[in-house]
Design a protein around this ligand. Structure first.
Ligand SMILES: Nc1ncnc2c1ncn2[C@@H]1O[C@H](COP(=O)(O)OP(=O)(O)OP(=O)(O)O)[C@@H](O)[C@H]1O
Ligand SMILES: Nc1ccn([C@@H]2O[C@H](COP(=O)(O)O)[C@@H](O)[C@H]2O)c(=O)n1
Length: 230
């Protein structure tokens, strides 16, 4: 998790489907607010990577849950980007590989895993005080009492196109669908990140560029949290 400055406490929770811009937009919004940044998805990815490396059967619910309970996970944001370390191994790049993206839902739909990671995420938020936390369930489960809660979304074809661009258009339409739509379908069996819960404001970035999306999210945070967001 990145370091915050000493300004007033502020908790911002941002959810959304794959490729909606949660990570990139939240990271920039956190920077502009002088807040820490928590990428909850990186935690699910890190434990999935560790399970794959250990050769565990992802369908063995108890073995996976126990491996996650034992896992040491460190997140930080550096000038080069986010740094993720699991069980002492730096895995920042590896956790973005297609094999992790394609397996992560199997781990994230394990309810004992969710219980453990949600507990760690709440502790990280509590410790930071001023923070932007993003994921699939931060507005509803991890931080339902956050000062500002936003569901960041975009139309499916826009999200696929963005992910394609990010991967230099090297992936087939089928591979992109696996990383975006199929993953969303699996994840939605345990978390609702398509409908805004009560008190959560929807920001649709389909027709906004990156800077416009950051501005829209900042305006929504100011609207919800008022002066603590200044
Ligand atoms: N408003 C925007 N306009 C254009 N590109 C955007 C916008 N928002 C984000 N992007 C780009 O879209 C890509 C996907 O964004 P990002 O990785 O932040 O999404 P995400 O919601 O965190 O996805 P995932 O849940 O799959 O990790 C990135 O390359 C990002 O730079
Ligand atoms: N709060 C969260 C965050 C993530 N997940 C699971 O992790 C996967 C990767 O998340 P990204 O944000 O990096 O794409 C995601 O597909 C979910 O399976 C989660 O369950 N809850």
């Amino acid at each position: 998790m990145s370091e915050a400055n000493s300004q007033q406490a502020l908790v911002v929770a941002i959810d959304g489907p794959a490729g909606s811009g949660k990570s990139s937009v939240s990271k920039e919004v956190a920077r502009r607010l002088g807040a820490a940044y928590l990428d909850t998805g990186a935690m699910y990815r890190a434990v999935t990577f560790a399970a794959l490396e250990s050769g565990l059967d992802l369908g063995d619910q108890e073995a996976i849950a126990e491996a996650v309970r034992q896992a040491d996970i460190e997140l930080s944001v550096t000038t080069e980007g986010q740094r993720v370390v699991v069980n002492g191994q730096e895995v920042s790049a590896q956790i973005r590989e297609p094999r992790v993206s394609e397996s992560v839902s199997a781990v994230a739909t394990n309810l004992a895993v969710r219980e453990n990671l949600v507990r760690r995420q709440r502790a990280a938020i509590e410790q930071a005080g001023r923070i932007v936390a993003e994921g699939r369930d931060t507005t509803t489960v991890v931080a339902p009492d956050a000062d500002a809660r936003i569901l960041l979304t975009a139309r499916e074809e826009v999200r696929m196109a963005r992910r394609g661009l990010e991967l230099n258009n090297t992936q087939s339409a089928q591979a992109l669908a696996k990383q975006v739509s199929e993953r969303d379908a699996k994840d939605s069996s345990v978390v609702n990140f398509t409908d805004a819960a009560e008190g959560v404001i929807l920001v649709d970035s389909s027709d906004l560029d990156f800077e416009q999306t950051v501005q829209a999210v900042l305006a929504t945070i100011h609207q919800q949290a008022g002066t603590v967001a200044s």
